[in-house]
Design a protein. Structure first.
Length: 300
């Protein structure tokens, strides 16, 4: 890559309830990863055996969440063990770079699905620096308003206000997500060493106080200029809510149209629960994989 930057690596943090979602993500990566970007998956140690039965070891490196947590001597496993998964996963994803040597990483969730070919240039600017997902979320907020979902807008603006106050920034309210996002260890290091450590805080303290890893990353980049800023809109079409999916489908949005503008889709698990798995889940049925492959085939 330009300026000596290495290609980004792919990283997904998952757990037992998302094993089926991850299997679909894995299938899509295997099909569309045209440059063979390295792909890492982390799960709680207790879930390793379950995922080992699904993971393709030729294309995915499986690691334990606990390995990532231990890579930060100032963190500790106590919080990881006590925190709910929705909170601890933010910290684990944000600390991945401490364990795996990389210049940048594409942070994915299990409910991501690639729909077309991708490579390093989709995530890195031509100068070699990561793109930063950073936009005003105008279309989404406008749609929410048209559906009477005023709480969505209020929550967005309130979260932005609190974080801007923490960083002493005035100006636009940005959305630094959704996944996938491209993160640079330089930004996370600046947050840790230049903002948190002088206050006796860790990233885990930060997430506990303001649970928004996207905003911590984005506001840190804006404050310290850790890397050159190359804003980009969402890489995937993310269906945050069922009402959003239905509204866009009613307006004529199809998978074919999505692939013109996005690399993939996210059907967030907070509403799309047909792939939820319990603790006794067996490996993903081959018929589900075949169904997904046929669906991808229809996209060309």
């Amino acid at each position: 890559m330009a300026n000596g930057e290495r290609s980004p690596v792919l990283y997904c943090k998952s757990y037992e309830g998302d094993v089926r979602r991850f299997a679909l993500l894995q299938e899509s990566v295997a099909r569309f990863n045209r440059e063979g970007l390295k792909f890492y998956l982390s799960v709680p140690a207790r879930d390793r055996a379950l995922f080992a039965s699904v993971v393709d070891r030729d294309t995915v490196t499986l690691i334990d969440d606990e390995e990532i947590v231990r890579a930060n001597p100032r963190a500790g496993l106590e919080r990881y063990a006590l925190w709910p998964g929705g909170l601890s996963q933010q910290a684990v994803k944000s600390e991945f770079w401490r364990l795996i040597d990389c210049d940048s990483y594409v942070c994915l969730d299990s409910d991501c699905i690639f729909l077309k070919d991708f490579g390093g240039s989709d995530f890195l600017h031509e100068v070699g620096q990561p793109y930063t997902v950073m936009h005003d979320a105008r279309d989404f907020l406008q749609l929410a308003a048209s559906k009477g979902k005023e709480k969505v807008r209020r929550d967005f603006l309130e979260s932005s206000r609190r974080m801007k106050e923490r960083f002493g920034r005035n100006g636009p309210d940005y959305d630094f997500g959704p996944v996938p996002v491209v993160w640079s260890p330089r930004v996370w290091r600046d947050l840790d060493e230049r903002l948190l450590a002088p206050k006796g805080m860790t990233l885990w303290d930060a997430i506990e106080q303001e649970p928004s890893e996207f905003r911590w990353y984005g506001e840190t980049l804006l404050k310290f200029g850790s890397i050159s800023l190359h804003p980009i809109g969402p890489l995937f079409r993310c269906y945050h809510y069922d009402w959003q999916w239905h509204a866009l489908r009613a307006a004529g949005e199809t998978e074919e149209i999505v692939t013109r503008h996005f690399l993939g889709v996210v059907y967030q698990s907070n509403w799309y629960d047909s792939l939820d798995a319990g603790t006794k889940v067996k490996p993903l049925p081959s018929r589900l994989l075949r169904r997904f492959k046929r669906w991808l085939a229809r996209l060309g």
